[in-house]
Design a protein around this ligand. Sequence first.
Ligand SMILES: C[S@@+](CC[C@H](N)C(=O)[O-])C[C@H]1O[C@@H](n2cnc3c(N)ncnc32)[C@H](O)[C@@H]1O
Length: 214
Amino acid sequence: MIGMHQTDHWDVLFRGIDAKEFYDRPLGPELDLVIGLLPEGASVLDLGCGMGRAAIALAEKGYGITAVDSSRVAIERLRAESGRRGLQMDIRMGDVRELELSEGYDLIIAHGILQFLPRSAWERLLLNVQEHTLIGGMDLVAVFTDKVPLPADTALLVGDVFREGELLELYEGWDIIRNESYVKEEVSPSGSVNRYPMDRLIAKRGCTYQTGEK
Ligand SMILES: C[S@@+](CC[C@H](N)C(=O)[O-])C[C@H]1O[C@@H](n2cnc3c(N)ncnc32)[C@H](O)[C@@H]1O
C-alpha cells in the first residue's frame, strides 16, 4: 500500500488540472523520439501514467496502451478523456508494486514515478520492467536523483532517489538511445525557484542482454 498522504497529494493535484490545456499540450522531445522508433501497432505499458497525456497521444496513434496509476482522480480523468475521444485503452487503478506482468511490451514508460517508491521496490520493479520489455523494445525512464536536494515538500513524498548516473548503470548491456542528467527549475507561485534533479533515459533491449541474474 502507498501512504495516504501520497495518494491525497496526487488526487488534489490532478483534480486542479484543466483537462483541455493538459491534453492539448505537446509531448516532450523524448516521447516524440520514441514514437518515431515504434513499430506499427506496438504495445505500450505506462507505469504511473498520471492523467495520461502520453497514454492518450500514443493510443491516438493506434498503439495498444495499458496505463496504470494509483491516483483515483488521475484514472477517472484519463478514463473520461479516452471515452470522450473514443479510444480503447486498458486503464488500471492500482499500485505498480502489485502489478503482475504476464506479457512483453514494445515500450514501457516509467516517467517520474520510481523515486516515490523505496529503493528495494524500485529495484525489483525495474528488473521486472526490463524482463517484460520485448527484444528490440524500449524503456523510457525518468527519475529524481541526488544531484541537488529536492524542494522540502517534494522530498516528503519521495521514497528513495537514484544516485546521479545510477539509472544508466542499471541499463548496462542495453543500447542507449538517449541519456540526460539535468536539473529542472520551476518558479513557484511565491517566486522561489524549485530545483528537481533528473536522470532520464531511453534504452533499447538488444538480443544479447540477459535479464535477471546477469
Ligand atoms: C510525477 S507524476 C508523473 C506522471 C506522468 N508519468 C508524467 O510523467 O507526467 C507521478 C505519478 O506516479 C503515481 N504514483 C506514485 N506512486 C505510485 C504507485 N506506487 N503506483 C502507481 N502509481 C503511483 C502518482 O499518482 C502520479 O500520477
